[in-house]
Write a protein that binds this ligand. Structure first.
Ligand SMILES: NC(=O)C1=CN([C@@H]2O[C@H](COP(=O)(O)OP(=O)(O)OC[C@H]3O[C@@H](n4cnc5c(N)ncnc54)[C@H](O)[C@@H]3O)[C@@H](O)[C@H]2O)C=CC1
Ligand SMILES: O=C(O)CCC(=O)C(=O)O
Length: 526
């Protein structure tokens, strides 16, 4: 498989890809046109914040399966476009947070003490200490907008400077404010009014873009100082220039601009603005972490494994993922069985989790059931990323429920698939760590370990049925590994489940189906 590394990542990350026998092309200087011309060749691309992974890009990226974002913010990646095509987007949200937090603090200190201006002056061989007076942090109030990973690191570190820290983040619990010793502000306006310094740490969204603008500067303290080391435009650039010129904002530290790269922003002309060209994550440590982490994630995603940091999949920590891995396989197995046993169009899928699995994060297992269900009938790529969207687009209602009380099994996944006419049921359990069992098919009870090749048939519940199938398979040189027959409440028909060592040809299936007392013969491939 081929991976294009389109922006600079640490060599150690590239080494990880090469060690996995991937063909790696490092092409960091491609023009947009060149990128669009070559991207069809690649299964994965690794980008940072510059490459625009958008609809125009996806249309040309016919074979792309993974986008690796070596970094945190994914605002340069169209997530909807990726999801509908089943392309997994992975990022490295934890890998550069310390660097970004430290850079924020660097920008704050540099801007309030005129360090950059003083440096420029002395380097031009002028020893002049006038007009460089700064302010202290101690005893002042820092307003943090967005108390996530980076905002909280900044908040905690700035308290050691003797600052009071307040924060505005409507999406986190009160406990998180408490945990970081930060006073919660219910309204952004309150934070702006009370802060001597404001630093923004939200993602760039419709809601956050321009959230600090003319209105906010109107109510801010005269002489407020601001930092943006998150995304360009969260502090509106025109409004900032105006507020600086009007003396409302005394200084600004800016790492990010709306348009990057950028050497023409009016902010560059203002003496009391310190700018860096998006260097928040540019440290040895962050780049090592980011490069190696994204490379491992891309490898896992290409291998079809679940990736904890997949942006367009439910969030799972590694230990949660390890705990549900066997259930994911079970869910997929149950899903795959349906269309190989039944042809009715699906209208509703109900998944009931019982026993210990009911206490786990099952959203991903549900995706596994849907993946299994649709991949047996669709030509398009079906995976964990787009399975739910495919269900929605096909008008399939998906319902998940949980029963914590233990029944016959310590854990059980029941899948009830309804068509217009009837409901078909399947159930499975995991014994021990990862020993899967199919335990029920449409009311018939079994204890079948799923196998790549299986044969299912209905047989009249009378002597001689099993023997004749065995004989026919023997003549076709197909070895039977296991065989189980299940009866249902004295029904006339029983169900037979065989695991076999090789594929059963269409001719053999026809011959078996023609046997007296045998019907609905299906070869199942898992
Ligand atoms: N300059 C650089 O090189 C780097 C920049 N970043 C950027 O830093 C920013 C923060 O990253 P993380 O802390 O990792 O993100 P995060 O996702 O951990 O935290 C973001 C926080 O913002 C809050 N938030 C979202 N909408 C909000 C709103 N309307 N008002 C107030 N709060 C809101 C969320 O609830 C969350 O707590 C992102 O924009 C990221 O792209 C990250 C790494 C490096
Ligand atoms: O250096 C980079 O790739 C940008 C870092 C960044 O902004 C991020 O990780 O969100």
């Amino acid at each position: 498989m081929k991976v294009l590394v389109a922006e600079k990542i640490a060599q150690q990350g590239i080494d990880v890809l090469i060690a996995e026998n991937l063909q790696v092309d490092v092409k960091m200087d491609l023009s947009r046109e060149e990128l669009l011309n070559v991207i069809e060749e690649y299964d994965a691309i690794i980008v940072r914040s510059v490459t625009k992974v958008n609809e125009e890009f996806y249309k040309r990226a016919k074979n792309l399966r993974v986008v690796g974002r070596a970094g945190n913010g994914v605002d340069n990646i169209d997530m909807e476009g990726a999801t509908k095509r089943g392309i997994i987007v992975v990022n490295t949200p934890e890998a550069n947070t310390v660097s970004a937090a430290e850079h924020t603090i660097g920008l704050l200190l540099s801007s309030i003490r005129n360090i950059a201006q003083a440096n420029n002056r002395i380097k031009s061989r002028v020893w002049d200490r006038s007009n460089l007076k700064g302010v202290e942090l101690q005893g002042k109030t820092l307003g943090v907008v967005g108390l996530g990973r980076i905002g909280s690191l900044v908040a905690v570190r700035m308290q050691s400077f003797g600052m009071k820290v307040i924060a505005y983040d409507p999406y986190i619990t009160d406990a998180r404010f408490k945990k970081f010793g930060v006073e919660k502000k219910e309204k952004l306006e309150d934070l702006v009014q009370e802060s001597d310094f404001i630093t923004v740490h939200t993602p760039k969204t419709d809601e956050t873009f321009g959230m600090i603008g003319d209105e906010e500067f109107k109510v801010a303290k005269k002489g407020v100082r601001v930092v943006n080391c998150a995304r360009g435009g969260i502090i509106n650039e025109e409004a900032l220039v105006k507020a600086i010129k009007e003396g409302i904002v005394a200084s600004a530290g800016i790492d990010v601009l709306v348009n990057e790269p950028n050497t023409t922003s009016p902010l560059l002309d203002l003496d009391n603005v310190v700018l860096t060209p998006h260097l928040g994550a540019d440290t040895e440590e962050a780049q090592y972490n980011v490069g190696v982490t994204v490379a491992h994630e891309v490898v896992s995603a290409l291998e079809g494994d679940m990736v904890p940091n997949a942006v367009n999949l439910p969030t799972l920590h590694k230990n949660e993922l390890d705990a549900i891995k066997a259930y994911l396989r079970l869910g997929e197995t149950l899903g795959k069985l349906y269309h190989q046993l039944e042809k009715d169009p699906v209208e509703k899928v109900e998944i009931v989790y019982s026993g210990e699995i009911a206490n786990m994060e099952t959203t991903t297992v549900t995706l596994g059931v849907l993946k299994g269900l649709f991949e047996t009938i669709l030509k398009e790529r079906v995976n964990y990323v787009n399975a739910s969207l495919i269900a929605k687009n096909r008008g399939v209602d998906v319902v998940e429920s949980k029963e914590t009380s233990e029944g016959k099994y310590l854990n059980l996944i029941q899948v009830k698939i309804s068509s217009k006419y009837k409901t078909f049921t399947l159930a499975g359990t995991v014994f021990g760590k990862d020993d899967l069992r199919i335990v029920e098919v449409n009311g018939y009870e079994f204890d079948v370990a799923p196998s790549p090749c299986m044969l299912v048939a209905m047989n009249l519940d009378k002597p001689g049925m099993i023997g004749q199938i065995g004989t026919l398979l023997g003549v076709s040189k197909i070895n039977i590994a296991t065989m189980q027959v299940s009866r249902k409440n004295g029904a006339e028909w029983a169900m037979m489940f065989l695991t076999v060592d090789s594929e059963v040809s269409k001719e053999s299936l026809k011959l078996i189906g023609g046997l007296e007392g045998i019907s609905n013969v299906q070869f199942i491939r898992l």
